[in-house]
Each structure stands twice: as structure tokens, then as C-alpha cells.
Ligand binder design. Structure first.
Ligand SMILES: Nc1ncnc2c1ncn2[C@@H]1O[C@H](COP(=O)(O)OP(=O)(O)OP(=O)(O)O)[C@@H](O)[C@H]1O
Length: 245
């Protein structure tokens, strides 16, 4: 198991007027599996990712990253677990502005105090070529377009083959061709390297690359689907919004 959540709730706001962002959610993100997380705006998708990553505290329930519990373990222990187990493709996890693209990509290895193995170097070279940023590696983030920065962040997240990759709208800033490249790389990461992948997306085409789709509504998981094409996924979301209205 990459991540296991059991009876996790996250409540915001004051107790007299609580906002239930997650309500009693139990879910597994498995290794070798690419999971898409969908649902209307405000349904709890980002909260679920943040809580899963230990970036936000669950109000109740338990969460394991691999075999390690991450609730109630203290910030330092959580940071170390996160660093060694999770690759983030989040808009908020920006690149370090003073490091070049290549240095940003290699930062997880520096933080872990080791050099990439020959195999990891070959994987990084493959990622860089697939995403078309080879010519930009010596540049600082400020010298790259938004889409190029996003691709550097994607290479950084995939480079060390962490147990789990958490991606929040990873193709949001990308053109169609690059989006397909990214989704194919995520599929490869799950199939060939056994990583668990959780990706939040509003895009039915992006979600169709996943092995399974979890649908959230009002802080709960209301559906789990496999084998849907983009058209069927779009219909599912439209029906969900119709039901909520
Ligand atoms: N820090 C916070 N303080 C108060 N309320 C919050 C906070 N973060 C999220 N919420 C609320 O929790 C609910 C779930 O938000 P969340 O961001 O997880 O939804 P989402 O499904 O990711 O939405 P979107 O698709 O619009 O990004 C919303 O009602 C939101 O307003």
C-alpha cells in the first residue's frame, strides 16, 4: 500500500459553524495503480491530497504512508517521511528560484544526501527528453514559461521514484501534446516502477489515463469507477452536478 486513510475527517472553521471538508473518508492508494480524484469545486479534493501528504492535519482518523503512521508523529518526523516517500506535482510546490532547472530536478537527491544511481540518471534523462526541456536545463525558473516550470516540477517529482506521487491538476498549464506526454509518464511510473499515483483533475481526458477514478462530493467518496472513456467520465460529472443542484 502506498497510502491508507481510515475514517479521516477534516473540519475547518469554528465549532459553532464547521466546514466539513472531508467526512469519514477511508481509501487506499495502491502501488502500481494510477488513481484520479474528481469531483465538483469545493468537494474536498485538495484537502484530501494535503491531508494524505501530511501537509494538513486530519481532525480525526488515521493515515499511513507505506507502513508509517503520519498522524500525531510531529512535524520533523513527518517532513522526513514526506521527503523520502512523496513526489509532489502541486502548484504551491514551486521551484527554488535561485537554482537552475537541472539543480531543481536534482534537489530531492541533495536533500536525501545521495547521488542518483546510473539507472536513476537514465530515467531523469528520459523524462527531460520526453518533456522537451533538455535545452532549458541551465535556466533559472524565472527564465522559463509557466508550462516549462511545470514540466521541471514534474521531472523533479518523478526523478527519485518515490512511493507515491501526488499531483494536483498536473496538466493544467500544459498544451495538449505535453499533457499527453505527462499522463503517459505517470502511467509508466505506476506500471513499470510500481509507484502509487493520486492525481486531482477536472479534465475527463486526463482522468481516462488513470486505472481508477474516485469521485468526491461534499467531503465523501461517492463513487469508484474503472475503464471509463472521456465521454463517460464527462457524463458522470455532469450527472453529479445535476444531482447536487
Ligand atoms: N484552510 C481552509 N479554511 C477553511 N475552509 C477551507 C480551507 N481549505 C478548504 N476549505 C473548505 O473546505 C472545502 C473543500 O475544499 P477543497 O479545496 O478541498 O475542495 P476542492 O475539491 O479541491 O475544490 P476545487 O476543485 O475548487 O479546488 C471547501 O468548502 C473549502 O472552502
Amino acid at each position: 500500500m502506498a497510502v491508507a486513510m481510515r475514517n479521516v475527517s477534516r473540519t475547518y472553521g469554528d465549532p459553532a459553524n464547521p466546514i466539513h471538508a472531508l467526512r469519514d473518508v477511508s481509501v487506499d492508494i495502491r502501488r502500481r495503480e494510477f488513481t484520479a480524484i474528481m469531483g465538483p469545486s469545493g468537494s474536498g479534493k485538495s484537502t484530501m491530497m494535503n491531508v494524505m501528504a501530511g501537509l494538513d492535519e486530519a481532525t480525526s482518523g488515521q493515515i499511513w504512508l507505506g507502513r508509517n503512521p503520519i498522524v500525531g508523529i510531529g512535524d520533523t518526523a513527518r517532513t522526513i517521511l514526506r521527503r523520502t516517500n512523496i513526489g509532489f506535482i502541486f502548484q504551491s510546490f514551486n521551484l527554488v528560484p535561485t537554482l537552475t532547472a537541472d539543480e531543481n530536478i536534482r534537489l530531492p537527491f541533495v536533500l536525501a544526501g545521495r547521488r542518483p544511481t546510473a539507472e536513476e540518471d537514465a530515467w531523469i534523462a528520459h523524462l527531460v527528453t520526453s518533456l522537451g526541456i533538455r535545452e532549458r536545463l541551465g535556466h533559472l525558473p524565472s527564465e522559463l514559461s509557466g508550462g516549462q516550470q511545470q514540466r521541471v516540477a514534474i521531472v523533479r517529482a518523478l526523478a527519485g521514484r518515490p512511493t507515491i506521487i501526488l499531483a494536483d491538476e498536473p496538466t493544467g498549464a500544459l498544451d495538449t501534446r505535453t499533457s499527453r506526454e505527462v499522463l503517459t509518464l505517470l502511467t509508466t511510473a505506476a506500471r513499470e516502477y510500481g509507484q502509487g499515483i493520486a492525481m486531482v483533475t477536472h479534465d475527463p481526458v486526463a482522468a481516462s489515463y488513470a486505472d481508477r477514478i474516485l469521485v468526491l462530493a461534499d467531503g465523501r467518496i461517492v463513487g469508484e469507477y474503472r475503464g471509463l472513456d472521456p465521454r463517460q467520465i464527462a457524463d458522470l460529472l455532469i450527472n453529479l452536478q445535476g444531482a447536487a443542484a
